[in-house]
Design a protein around this ligand. Structure first.
Ligand code: CAA
Ligand code: NDP
Length: 283
């Protein structure tokens, strides 16, 4: 199954990172979002990242130029008509993802693989929105995509072995390390990470310590590169809440109930780094 042309859907923090590593890996990439301004913002992030790498002499100016030349902007989903693979990285919402996959099933060629970068939603349910569930798979990159080695690959109930192998090979071709997991709420990564972050938010909510102290304990005491509240801001508090809700609903276990403080911040529009304010403030 030769993969040459890819559409990445969602030009946010994950979609732009995924588009960057795919283009650097030699693939032709269409970066798609709802509005031109979002696509432009994503492309500007990629351009800035590549410029920084050239400055640091990590990549050549030729690789930067070749990478940029392989990226095409899109605001029309019909542009997926000749791709071999779609990697969807739109917002973490089942209704939006199901609708996108149903449309992609109509638009993309029969051989195309439809992958989702969802953090927690059931791959099997997303696949059920299509008539090609054997060709739907989870391809879960970590943030920041250009830096983190892991790609969690999630098989839905019907995912075909050859589709799994094609995605595993593709992840390796990007210099990533794929790890195979089965379809369960939050998979492995967020089933373990998000309850830890949620518990840190509860510690803040209950006045156990300041946000700085909570982060310092986990950084200096556990050698985490970022404290859990800084990491929550980095992931996006909206995404953190969606993931906790998926775990809560998926397992039906109250140990996964989202902290009320997390809900309050999301209701206030404090989404973390991407909106300028979360637990901390950003310029
Ligand atoms: C929610 C989900 O579904 C799953 C998830 O993704 S959960 C989140 C998983 N990610 C993490 O846990 C990240 C934890 N944090 C870290 O690993 C580190 O703090 C970090 C890599 C983000 C930054 O590392 P640091 O040493 O503090 O900063 P810094 O020295 O500036 O950066 C290290 C390198 O990363 C690069 N980098 C940092 N942020 C970047 C970004 N947003 N995009 C691209 N590159 C970035 C830097 O350019 C630098 O590259 P070089 O080594 O080539 O020079
Ligand atoms: N943040 C993280 O650390 C990680 C996130 N993920 C997952 O990746 C996905 C994206 O997350 P992230 O990049 O952080 O989120 P962002 O909010 O940064 O980006 C999402 C982008 O998708 C766009 N979008 C929303 N709906 C559609 C649609 N129907 N068609 C096309 N584009 C759309 C959004 O536009 P608009 O602003 O208009 O809504 C926005 O530009 C989520 O599923 C998330 O769970 C996976 C790994 C890590």
């Amino acid at each position: 199954m030769a993969i040459k042309r890819i559409m990445v859907i969602g030009a946010g923090q994950m979609g732009s990172g995924i588009a960057q590593v795919c283009a650097m890996g030699g693939y032709q990439v269409i970066l798609h979002d709802l509005q031109e301004a979002f696509v432009e913002k994503g492309l500007a992030t990629i351009t800035k990242n590549l410029a920084r790498q050239v400055e640091k002499e990590k990549i050549t100016a030729e690789l930067r130029d070749a990478t940029l030349s392989r990226l095409t902007p899109s605001t029309d989903l019909q542009n997926a008509a000749d791709v071999d693979l779609v990697i969807e990285a739109a917002v973490e919402n089942m209704e939006i993802k199901s609708k996108l996959f149903a449309e992609l099933d109509q638009i993309t060629p029969k051989h195309a693989i439809l992958a989702t970068n969802t953090s927690s939603l059931p791959i099997t349910e997303i696949a059920a929105a299509t008539k090609r569930p054997t060709q739907v798979i989870g391809m879960h990159f970590m943030n920041p995509v250009p830096v983190m080695k892991l790609v969690e690959i999630i098989r839905g109930l019907a995912t075909a072995d050859e589709v799994y192998v094609a995605i595993e090979e593709m992840a390796k071709s990007l210099g990533k390390t794929p790890v195979e997991v089965n379809d369960a709420p939050g998979f492995v990564s967020n089933r373990i990470l998000l309850p830890m972050i949620n518990e840190a938010i509860y510690a803040l909510y209950e006045g156990v310590a300041t946000k700085e102290a909570i982060d310092e304990v986990m950084k200096l005491g556990m050698n985490h590169p970022m404290g859990p509240l800084t990491l929550a801001d980095f992931i996006g508090l909206d995404t953190c809440l969606y993931i906790m809700e998926t775990l809560h609903e998926g397992f039906g276990d109250d140990k996964y109930r989202p902290c009320p403080l997390l809900r309050k911040y999301v209701k206030a529009g404090w989404y973390g780094k991407k909106s300028g304010r979360g637990f901390y403030e950003y310029n």
